[in-house]
Ligand binder design. Structure first.
Ligand SMILES: [Zn+2]
Length: 380
């Protein structure tokens, strides 16, 4: 059993784990991130890795970091919540550790983990949309991470959806993440409480009596209790989310959207309105399969698991046995929830019978020119 270490470097914490080939974390550590100092953050990374390495045979080390990682997976170009600017992160951490590391964007790492071991297992065309404070995302196409020319593809949170809309942290106005993120949910609830205090009674009660006291967990709690105001906030934000997913489907046509991030923990409170809006907004609806929209399964561990797995794959080169699992064609749309290989319904609409899809999937999986190192499904 080959072990790898994955490190998830966020704005507030460095979390690292030893991960086996099946994506299981067998040891884990957490430190707070000295975010203001690139050098101290790098030292914190080296420290947790050194601690996890003690007494273990580890084949590879991967870092998943919140920011723009260049295509060579070496330099952190820009990190909104950390002090890294054109930081040669790979080199700096390798100098400290005396061995090779792989650097990856954290959303890419999470998407990889979900496609290999989580909600999108068995799918080769996957988009992860992480709904947290903002919106993070990653694209897997044909079983490979899509990085773009400079490594920074997959930032749909900053696609403008409202002309002259809300001001975004990126400097533009009307970005999707200002309408479909955790921040948007909180903004909706506070605005509603200011406008209609009587209607927002429960939200205000949970928020300590003032609109500014209302945050994500309070809104989720109130919605779970059936509070109409909180449910309305989820309707609004989920609606924006679903519309955006339909726009993304217009470009990418993925088999599966995985919704991760903190807000996804609200589950169907968010996903029901998102699915409804998606189905209303999808171009050519009724004449194409509906993409699966699923909640992420690996939670906060996804970054660790994905970074470790990507590093292991990079160290091993092509893994030919992975591709074999791809020949598992999806079963009938009416067969209920997907099996352990994610081989359930690709299609939610019964108007699109699936033999063609099955054939295409099987054909795709069997294609001899497919990059075998990038297979995302595996039997365990
Ligand atoms: Zn923006």
């Amino acid at each position: 059993m080959t072990l790898a270490i994955g490190v998830d470097v966020g704005g507030t914490k460095v979390a690292a784990g030893v991960v086996d080939e099946a994506g299981r974390i067998i040891a884990k550590l957490k430190r707070s991130t000295p975010a203001a100092s690139p050098l101290r953050t790098e030292q914190a990374i080296a420290d947790v890795v050194t601690e996890l390495l003690a007494g273990r045979q580890v084949a590879a080390i991967g870092l998943g970091a919140a920011g723009f990682v260049d295509r060579e997976r070496a330099t952190m170009l820009f990190a909104p919540n950390l002090a890294w600017r054109d930081e040669p992160l790979k080199q700096r951490v390798e100098e400290r550790l005396g061995r090779a590391v792989v650097v990856e964007n954290d959303a890419n790492a999470s998407a990889w983990a979900e496609a290999r071991f989580g909600a999108a297992r068995g799918y080769r065309d996957v988009m992860l949309v992480a709904v947290g404070t903002g919106i993070g995302a990653a694209i897997i196409t044909g079983g490979e991470l899509y990085r773009g020319r400079w490594g920074i593809a997959g930032e749909p949170g900053h696609v403008r959806v409202v002309a002259d809309g809300r001001l975004c942290g990126c400097g533009n106005r009307g970005c999707w993440e200002q309408y479909a993120s955790g921040n948007a949910l909180v903004a909706e609830a506070r605005e509603f409480a200011r406008r209609t205090p009587v209607g927002a009674m429960r939200l205000l009660q949970l928020g300590g009596g003032v609109p500014e006291g209302i945050s994500g967990p309070e809104i989720t709690r109130a919605a779970t209790e059936g509070d109409p105001a909180a449910l309305r906030c989820f309707q609004t934000v989920g609606g924006w989310l679903g519309q955006g997913l339909a726009d993304l489907a217009a470009i990418l046509d993925p088999a599966c959207f995985v919704i991760g991030g903190g807000v996804s923990e609200a589950g169907d409170l968010l996903l029901d309105p998102a699915r409804a809006a998606y189905e209303r907004a999808l171009t050519g609806r009724g004449h194409r399969p509906f993409t699966e929209i699923r909640v992420a399964q690996l939670g906060q561990d996804a970054g660790i698991v994905g970074a470790a797995d990507l590093a292991r794959q990079a160290s091993q080169g092509p893994v030919s046995e992975n591709i074999a699992a791809q020949t598992t064609a999806p079963s009938s749309p009416s067969s209920g929830p997907p099996g352990p290989l994610g081989s359930g319904s690709l299609i939610r609409s019964t108007s699109m019978a699936n033999p063609a899809t099955n054939a295409a999937t099987a054909q795709n999986a069997a294609r001899p020119d497919t990059d075998q190192s990038a297979a995302v499904a595996t039997t365990r």
